[in-house]
Design a protein around this ligand. Structure first.
Ligand code: GRF
Length: 192
């Protein structure tokens, strides 16, 4: 079985979209793949209850309990590697990862970012797109490399920026597309 481990920090809606797609499309039968675990660095992440409700085992690894980034990433890798994952999926995982962690998962680590990369890496992407006068915004699924939000692009979705948009309305429009493209990109990687 190809195990997928999903890392979250918050609401986990992308995680839920992937798990629901995997269940609906019976990935265990069709792809020999399953979401083996959801791991959160935040004990309060709402996505933990969502994952449990979907029947996926969860684990919390609170980064505040570690002395530094290296120590946390080493413990995180240990927790992930229990599942010998074919794919490690970052889904709203709000941590900068050390190069050692990224290298350890080279070719197996993907992320979704709420902008049309290479535009707007980093935070506050929707407000920055509005402030910049962008007519289009979107989301990008990409491989994770040592440079933040810069890995090779696997898929993108484009949405219009509409008159009167706020960061919240634009984020909601983009998020709906994230839920569409992320499960499909994961599926494509599992088939490769
Ligand atoms: C998404 O917009 C994702 O692109 C970004 O953080 C948000 C996470 O949302 N990295 P969710 O936790 O998947 O609901």
């Amino acid at each position: 079985m190809k195990n997928i481990v999903i890392l979250i920090s918050g609401s986990g809606s992308n995680m839920a979209a992937i798990v629901e797609t995997a269940q609906r499309e019976r990935w265990s039968d069709t792809l020999g793949a399953t979401v083996a675990a959801v791991i959160s660095n935040k004990p309060v992440a709402a996505g933990l209850a969502v994952a449990n409700a979907l029947g996926v085992p969860t684990q919390v690894l609170d980064h505040t309990g570690f002395a530094n980034r290296e120590a946390f990433d080493a413990a995180l890798a240990q927790a992930i590697d229990v599942h010998t994952p074919a794919l490690v999926v970052l889904a709203g995982f709000l941590r900068i990862l050390t190069p050692a962690f990224v290298n350890h998962y080279a070719g197996r680590l993907v992320n979704i970012h709420p902008s049309l990369l290479p535009a707007f890496p980093g935070l506050n992407t929707h407000q920055r797109a509005i402030d910049g006068g962008c007519r289009f915004a979107g989301a990008t699924v990409h491989r994770v490399t040592a440079e933040l939000d810069h890995g090779p692009i696997l898929d993108q979705a484009v949405v219009p920026v509409l008159p009167g948009d706020t960061a919240a309305t634009l984020a909601a429009r983009v998020l709906a597309q994230e839920h569409r493209i992320y499960p499909q990109a994961v599926k494509t990687l599992l088939k490769a």
